[in-house]
Design a protein around this ligand. Sequence first.
Ligand SMILES: Cc1cc2nc3c(=O)[nH]c(=O)nc-3n(C[C@H](O)[C@H](O)[C@H](O)COP(=O)(O)OP(=O)(O)OC[C@H]3O[C@@H](n4cnc5c(N)ncnc54)[C@H](O)[C@@H]3O)c2cc1C
Ligand SMILES: *[C@@H]1O[C@H](CO)[C@@H](O)[C@H](O)[C@H]1NC(C)=O
Length: 394
Amino acid sequence: MEQKGPFSATVVIVGSGLSGLATAACLADRHIDAVILERDDTFAPLWRYRTYDRLHLHLPKKYCELPLLPHPPSAPNFLPVADFIRYLNAYSAAFGLERLLRLRRRVDSAEFDTAAGRWRIAAVNLDSGEAEEYEALFLVVATGENDEPVVPTDIPGLDRFEGKAIHSCRFRSGKEYEGLDVLVVGSGNSGMEIACDLSHSGARASIVVRSPLHIVTKEIYSFALVLLRVLPMSLVDSVILFLCYLWFGNTSKYGLHRPSKGPLYLKENTPIYPVVDVGTYAKIKSGDIKIIPSVLAIEGKNVVFKNGKQQRFDVIILATGYKSNVKRWLKGDDHLIGEDGMAKQMYPNHWKGRNGLYCSGLIRRGIYGSTTDAINIADDISLEVQSRIKDKVA
Ligand SMILES: Cc1cc2nc3c(=O)[nH]c(=O)nc-3n(C[C@H](O)[C@H](O)[C@H](O)COP(=O)(O)OP(=O)(O)OC[C@H]3O[C@@H](n4cnc5c(N)ncnc54)[C@H](O)[C@@H]3O)c2cc1C
Ligand SMILES: *[C@@H]1O[C@H](CO)[C@@H](O)[C@H](O)[C@H]1NC(C)=O
């Protein structure tokens, strides 16, 4: 920045993931100027750097598009990540988002200045090390639900494991682990998918499944989303469980116990997503992937299970999730964002705070959630801007 003093914009968006991009596009469409501050060296870095090679989106493409730009009819229904990234590049180009982006800017604090009626945002330019200041009438929090890797603290000896331990954010492909004994900790979508990939690639994979989970197929799950438009959730949950029983049989036999509440109920009311099977279940049934109910301790390269048995592993992959970082930098807000860094208010009124503060993509509704949040936020800011202009003229 050549100028001294704060850089001023109508809207500052923190984060250039799907939520930030979608909001920026909707604002551009309404002719409202915005700046996007992004810590990484590109937009949508999660999709470029932190997804593993074989990942496909779990939902049909119509649930995986951002506002104002549908996927072309020629695109596959379940998009591979590479296609999705191509879509994001086209999206950015279509709305001129690159010129709004300031990359390698890490936001360290944002606070509402009541006297000035503006947000003051402090960032650091990670290339030059210089501190930068921004001010804006509106602040959009779009730093995502998945920023900081979460590492379990309740496995004694994990920090002294003598093999290689990595978080799943650093896992790219099972090929790197051929011939090795690998323990995956965490049985969400990432863990189950990584275990499958490992097994495909000739590693001996085991997975720790500590809590009950709903395993579904992407076809059953997509069908359920269609039913959900016309049937109540509890009924759709029963349909899912019935179809899953026909497809998988009794999953308890293989150590995958289902929770007492249904998959959609849990998705709405807790952080627990259903696991979309990508072939892991067949490998569990055939014994190629072993299920381990829980780990007691780690000693050297040995992992001791609660049933007293132990096994030697070369690698541990921690697919134990992520958390939001908002609480570290957003100051003085107790209305919009909860202690866990996620939206505090209930859906569908979760996206708007006080003093021109908004959040996008913090309500655990995936890509579809980012899209609806972006539209709501841009509409609301547009109304506010118009009413401020009217006030000035009057
Ligand atoms: C491996 C993996 C696979 C997934 N697959 C799917 C899927 O198939 N379908 C689905 O719906 N969801 C999926 N998700 C969830 C996915 O995170 C969201 O759908 C979507 O990427 C969220 O976009 P976002 O913009 O809200 O957050 P993010 O993509 O996380 O973007 C947040 C951005 O903010 C930046 N940022 C954070 N803090 C700061 C700061 N202080 N200053 C400046 N910039 C900052 C980050 O660098 C990042 O670019 C997946 C997540 C992971 C980790
Ligand atoms: C599945 O199997 C478990 C024990 O293996 C049993 O307790 C449970 O009732 C079975 N569930 C169904 C739906 O058959």
